[in-house]
Design a protein around this ligand. Structure first.
Ligand SMILES: Nc1ncnc2c1ncn2[C@@H]1O[C@H](COP(=O)(O)OP(=O)(O)OP(=O)(O)O)[C@@H](O)[C@H]1O
Ligand SMILES: Nc1nc2c(ncn2[C@@H]2O[C@H](COP(=O)(O)O)[C@@H](O)[C@H]2O)c(=O)[nH]1
Length: 187
């Protein structure tokens, strides 16, 4: 069986990665499996354990790092986030195209370990619009919003390292561009 693709959606917090993903992740033609990350962040209202994330404490996350269980991980604004390796490998060996939605530090680790990964950087139409979106979401206190925005400016400098750059002016349009990219690489 042909091994599935590894697709990485990355970009600054609040740019709309999760919103875009919802538009294409269930498309049967894309044969996708979403990789559920591990995080030490607290659960937001409406989030579900095992669906949005596997929520763990810091000692459990640090043990997973020590045991080599993560494909990549990063500390992002005070919390750990990481991709469990075993699940990604299993799904890809079953022919599934595996989709990661991760921040840029983690994506750089994936680029080194898996040079064939389809890396896609989502950019906002402007930094003002990014600020509007992250505030508008209303999930973080002001101090964290500020930290995420200041990180975003530095993350935007790494855009040239990605194979594809997609602007999220409209999530449906961005999703259809990403779907096309994936389909091309499935041929
Ligand atoms: N094209 C768009 N135009 C206007 N608002 C948008 C657009 N895309 C997403 N949004 C809104 O922006 C906010 C942030 O989107 P989302 O949570 O998908 O971002 P994200 O990149 O997944 O964030 P994080 O990395 O922090 O998880 C949400 O309130 C979402 O509804
Ligand atoms: N390096 C990784 N980054 C990840 C992973 N899962 C999610 N993320 C990214 O973290 C930030 C913050 O997420 P939030 O849910 O607290 O808003 C965001 O950019 C996510 O894409 C992961 O496994 N590894």
């Amino acid at each position: 069986m042909k091994k599935g693709l590894l697709i990485v959606l990355s970009g600054p917090s609040g740019v709309g990665k999760g919103t875009i993903l919802k538009e294409f992740v269930e498309d049967p033609e894309l044969n996708l499996a979403y990789s559920v990350s591990m995080t030490t962040r607290g659960m937001r209202p409406g989030e579900v354990e095992g669906v949005n994330y596997n929520f763990v404490d810091r000692p459990a996350f640090e043990q997973a790092i020590k045991d080599g269980e993560l494909l990549e991980y990063a500390e992002f604004v005070g919390n750990y986030y990481g991709t469990p390796l075993k699940n990604v490998e299993k799904l890809r060996s079953e022919g599934k195209n595996v989709l990661l939605e991760i921040e840029v530090q983690g994506c750089q680790q994936v680029m080194e370990k898996c040079p064939d990964a389809l890396t896609i950087f989502i950019i906002p139409p402007s930094m003002e619009e990014l600020e509007k979106r992250i505030r508008g979401r209303g999930t973080e206190p002001e101090e964290i919003v500020q930290q995420r925005l200041s990180k975003a400016s530095r993350e935007m400098e790494l855009v040239d390292q990605y194979k594809f750059i997609v602007c999220n002016e409209d999530p449906k349009l961005a999703a259809s561009i990403i779907s096309l990219i994936i389909k091309r690489h499935m041929e």
